[in-house]
Write a protein that binds this ligand. Structure first.
Ligand code: NAI
Length: 792
């Protein structure tokens, strides 16, 4: 073969990375790996093999963790937690720096083991997974160092169970373990069954680097091991990344247990190319979006949306580029794509592509060689796809791009948002005004402008809608591993006193009822659908009034009204602030009347009732103040560019109020939500609802647009359940009882709504530390990170 021949063909030979060190490490564990508990490998009862996807050969024998192993690991983590937290931030920072350096020192070994175990190209593990894992430990060493200054009002959550998938085994470990440990928690980690090796290597090296026993425990195994961890009573929080299906199961299992939960689930992310985009740049973007890691990426740009006028030209360029992609052995440094993680995943990809073709898509696969023996699949383009077809809606989790066209920016947004997921999106346009107009309209936790698949430890990552909740990375990710001190001090609510009996009306006195308060829906007073009402009694049984008995239909109407009030979410923060001030002012004008009402319903002394109204007025002014100040941040990740962390409203939020402080609690919950641009369906105190129904007269006179606040009175638990099951409710806050809290969490799995519940713990609504400010504002927004790289 002559040099001229190579010049003509531009063929490369293989450039294999040496695996000597990796094989030696595997050989040193030839008897099989145990679980890593309390600083050492334990004996395994059951075992399974982990296999090299590129060849089908066995790599190592792995422990199938049992419930007893989980028990031992949780006990070890519990034992270590107090001392670990007690080390203090700076003490833990030293350990995290040591872990970061340890990852860097062994970078090549990690990269090779990862490529062997997962099948992904060494180029990716070496240049992305491993360096980014190290960066997570460095970044979070910083949060540990600053914890006492930056999070003085928070304490660690405790023992955290973390369950991770197989697509980024080491990187997902870092995303989960670094913040948890940095902020004083201890961990039981369950790696994915296909890819346990780098987690075991990490645990072994971490112990050598001086990480105290029990701080990080690794229990390997399949879904049953994961389920045992989820169900273990000694775990305070579960952090999960994986399929939406398993995410739902975990939501159900943890409901009502008091465990906190973050879910990072699937996606079907749009990759939008406008006709003024740099087309060659966008083609390279597609390569990174869907053929990076063989498309096994939760935020893969798997739905290509191209503006109609350039679609043919774009597809032609894309196909040409696809034909030059190289699929090969993961350790070959010259390849673009490696192996699919396992035969079962390969089968799933094949099946979905066949379905796509049956549904009318045109399939293009370049004529490129695939290695023999392992689980390989070629880069694939399905064009002419219908937006409702299986391949356009299901996560394929493989190297398969589906393509659709659009005409106008509005149509692009509609198509992009036509998914139950909301993890990420890419927008390609040379017109910055257009790109930045589109980004906020996309229902996604991450938006990349003229880029794709950018990640950093300092920039939060996580989804909207059924892509899960919670964020990883940055300040918002840190909060996921902390709990407010003020809430940690809450105690179970005392059992309510028995309902008073309706007392006989005083002879010849004036009638007690002046009216039946209606519901408040879409800015209007509305009769309850069932035409039933419920009495509101004073503690002595005097009839103070009546309210409507709201039912499922009433909630549906209220949710529809709240959905229609969507303009509120786009209103300027200044505008929302003004309205909150106005609400405060108008409540103030009726203070005496409301105080009288509170006293009559609750039996509070006039002074106490007046103090409650005054506190509610103050709270409205406080949220008027916050409305244009609780803002996002600008991050400067290590690239030329910025990431804008935007605080966006969640959408329609259900609010179920407790019985204590009926006006103040109602205002404390509703005001932060509307200040941040959400629309609310509120269920006031079940026993003392009249303060809230009086409040709608304040709403009516304060320029609050119709549908922004809707009020449905009735039975707490029943209405909480209806709200939890309603798929047009995006989040649900339930305060007032343990049962309603549990039901809200359990029944919210349909659309995986974000829940904030009190688990039956009593909040002191008069204490701003427990009931005002960022403690609630954080739950009233979701963070969208918009990445804007610039320069060369
Ligand atoms: P999976 O969701 O079943 O597995 C993820 C992790 O959860 C693994 O560690 C697994 O052992 C564990 N797990 C499974 N069942 C569990 C249970 N009942 N309780 C607790 N833990 C449990 O994902 P799988 O089966 O590996 O892949 C299936 C599909 O899921 C993929 O084709 C893809 O569509 C999606 N997926 C999405 C990921 C993402 O990052 N969003 C990652 C992996 C898979």
């Amino acid at each position: 073969m002559s040099v001229a021949h190579y010049f003509d063909t531009m063929d490369y030979g293989p450039a294999p990375e040496a695996d000597t060190e990796a094989r030696a490490w595997l050989k040193s564990h030839a008897d099989g790996f145990g679980n890593f508990i309390a600083g050492r490998f334990t004996e395994a009862a059951g075992r399974f093999d982990t296999v090299e996807p590129a060849t089908g050969k066995v790599l190592a024998s792995i422990a199938q963790g049992s419930a007893a192993d989980i028990d031992a690991a949780v006990a070890a983590a519990r034992k270590a937690q107090g001392r670990w937290a007690g080390l203090g931030g700076p003490g833990r920072a030293r350990h995290l720096y040591a872990l970061a350096r340890m990852v860097q020192r062994h970078a090549r070994l990690f990269a090779v083991i990862e490529a062997l175990d997962n099948g992904k190209p060494i180029r990716e593990t070496r240049d992305l997974d491993v360096p980014l894992a190290a960066r997570h430990f460095y970044h979070h060493a910083g949060w540990a160092q600053l914890q006492e200054r930056e999070f003085p009002d928070h304490v660690p959550v405790g023992v955290v169970g973390q369950i991770i998938p197989w697509n980024f085994p080491l990187l997902m470990l870092a995303w989960k373990v670094a913040p948890a440990l940095a902020l004083g928690n201890t961990v039981v980690l369950k790696p994915a069954e296909f890819t346990p090796l780098t987690a075991l290597l990490f645990a072994e090296l971490a112990a050598q680097a001086g990480l105290p026993p029990g701080v990080l425990n690794v229990v390997t195994g399949d879904g049953a091991t994961g389920a045992a961890l989820v169900e273990h009573a000694g775990v305070d929080k579960i952090a999960f990344t994986g399929s939406t299906e398993v995410g739902r199961l975990i939501r159900e299992k943890t409901a009502g247990t008091g465990k906190s939960l973050t879910l990072e689930l699937g996606g079907k992310s749009p990759f939008i190319v406008f006709d003024d985009a740099d087309l060659d740049g966008a083609v390279e973007g597609v390569v990174d979006a869907i053929w990076f890691n063989q498309g096994q990426v939760c935020c893969a740009g798997s739905r290509l949306l191209v503006q109609e006028g350039i679609a043919d030209a774009f597809h032609a360029r894309l196909k040409r580029r696809m034909a030059s992609l190289r699929v090969g052995h993961p350790l070959d440094k010259a390849i673009d794509m490696g192996a699919i993680v396992a035969p079962v995943q390969l089968e799933r990809i094949r099946r979905l592509v066949e379905t796509g073709v049956k549904e009318g898509a045109q399939k293009y696969q370049p004529d490129i060689p695939l290695p023999k023996g392992g689980s390989f699949y070629p880069p694939t383009l399905l064009s002419g796809v219908h937006s409702a077809s299986t391949v356009a809606t299901e996560e394929i989790f493989g190297p398969v791009l589906v393509s659709m066209t659009f005409r106008t920016p509005d149509e692009a947004v509609a198509l992009a948002n036509n998914t139950r997921y909301g993890l990420a999106a890419s927008v390609w346009s040379e017109t910055i005004g257009l790109a930045l107009d589109i980004a906020p309209k996309l229902q996604a936790g991450v938006v990349w402008v003229n880029a794709t698949n950018l990640f950093d430890a300092g920039v939060g990552f996580g989804g909207y809608r059924e892509s899960g909740f919670g964020r990883e990375g940055g300040r918002e990710g840190a909060y996921e591993y902390l709990k407010p001190k003020a809430w940690a001090a809450r105690r179970p609510r005392p059992a309510p006193s028995p309902l008073p009996q309706l007392a006989a009306a005083a002879d010849f006195g004036s009638p007690a009822i002046d009216r039946t308060a209606k519901l408040f829906v879409g800015g209007k007073q509305a009769r309850p659908d069932g035409n039933y009402s419920r009495p509101v009694l004073s503690p002595k049984g005097r009839l103070v009034g009546e309210v409507g008995e709201g039912n499922r239909k009433d909630v549906r109407n209220a949710v529809a009204a709240a959905r229609a009030a969507e303009a509120w979410s786009r209103a300027s923060a200044h505008n929302r602030a003004q309205i909150l001030y106005y609400l405060g002012e108008n409540l103030s004008a009726r203070a005496a009347e409301l105080a009288g009402r509170i006293a009559a319903m609750t039996g509070a002394t006039p002074a106490k009732a007046t103090a409650e109204v005054e506190a509610a007025i103050d709270r409205l002014f406080t949220y008027g103040a916050w409305a244009d100040k609780y803002e996002g941040a600008v991050h400067t990740p290590p690239l030329r560019g910025v990431a804008l962390a935007m605080h966006e409203p969640i959408g329609v939020v259900g609010v179920v109020c407790p019985d204590e402080a009926p006006l103040l609690a109602f205002v404390s919950l509703v005001a932060p939500l509307i200040a941040m641009g959400n629309r609310v369906v509120a269920v006031p105190s079940e026993r003392h609802p009249l303060a809230a129904t009086d409040f709608y007269q304040v709403l009516e006179t304060s320029d609050v647009p119709a549908g922004v606040v809707n009020i449905v009175t009735g039975e707490r638990e029943a209405l909480a359940k209806v709200l939890a099951q309603h798929d047009d409710v995006d989040a649900l806050w339930v305060f007032g009882s343990k049962e309603a809290s549990a039901a809200a969490e359990r029944l919210s799995v349909g659309n995986l709504k974000r829940t904030l519940v009190d688990h039956g713990l009593a909040t002191d609504w008069s204490d701003p530390a427990q009931a005002e400010g960022s403690i609630l504002l954080r739950h009233a927004v979701q963070v969208k990170n918009i990445w804007i790289p610039y320069g060369e």
